[in-house]
Design a protein around this ligand. Structure first.
Ligand code: GRF
Length: 207
């Protein structure tokens, strides 16, 4: 099986990155993290990457709040291509992906979202579920398209909402499942077992 080179984009604490790094080290993902890029200079994710001996760079995002400047997004593409990245994983990366990355990595960008899409897209998926009164929520790994959390779904896990949950307790319970299903989805990609058919992602049986 081909060895996958992953590029991970992070804006914050990087617990999903940590789970991916460990999955690579422990053989649950047949690949390695080749580069971590952050739009935030002091993101803890950068430190986590370096602790695992993985190159990590901060590339300042430019003047927009919700996306990168296109010229800067080109720099992200160059950095990822220089490290021969095959698959880009968004892991707590807080900006919308624009044409430069989407065109450089067609159907090769994944995201993890802390809700059962299409419910509660965008920011604060866990709080949205609580405020709405949902009894079950969860997390979703999906391919990235130009929308916000709208791409074809690869994997989901359901998580119950408890009577006494607050945003922190619910987020923690969802996060355990995020760490599990993100690595599983990446490994399905690495094994060539994902076929996008319109909105649906077919998971092929193991060879
Ligand atoms: C996770 O809840 C993820 O689903 C969301 O942002 C959070 C990132 O957490 N997109 P971490 O940086 O991976 O710890």
């Amino acid at each position: 099986m081909a060895h996958l080179n992953l590029g991970v984009l992070c804006s914050g604490r990087g617990s999903n990155l940590e789970a991916i790094l460990r999955s690579c080290e422990e053989g649950r993902i047949t690949g390695r993290v080749a580069l971590v890029v952050s739009d935030v200079a002091d993101a803890y994710a950068l430190e986590r990457a370096r602790n695992h001996g993985v190159p990590a760079v901060h590339i300042p995002p430019g003047k927009f709040r919700a996306k990168l400047e296109p010229e800067i997004e080109d720099q992200y593409v160059r950095a990822l291509k220089d490290r021969k990245v095959d698959l880009v994983c968004l892991a707590g990366y807080m900006r919308i992906i624009g044409p430069p990355l989407l065109e450089a990595f067609p159907q090769r960008i994944l995201n993890i979202h802390p809700a059962l899409l299409p419910a509660f897209p965008g920011l604060h998926g866990q709080k949205q579920a609580l405020d709405y009164g949902a009894k079950v929520t969860g997390c979703t790994v999906h391919f990235v398209d130009p929308g916000v959390d709208t791409g074809p779904i690869i994997a989901q896990a359901a998580v119950p909402v408890h009577e006494d949950d607050d945003e922190d307790s619910l987020s923690a319970r969802i996060l355990e499942q995020e760490h599990r299903i993100y690595s599983e989805a990446i490994q399905l990609f690495a094994a060539g077992r994902l076929r996008i058919e319109g909105r649906r992602v077919r998971v092929l049986p193991p060879p």
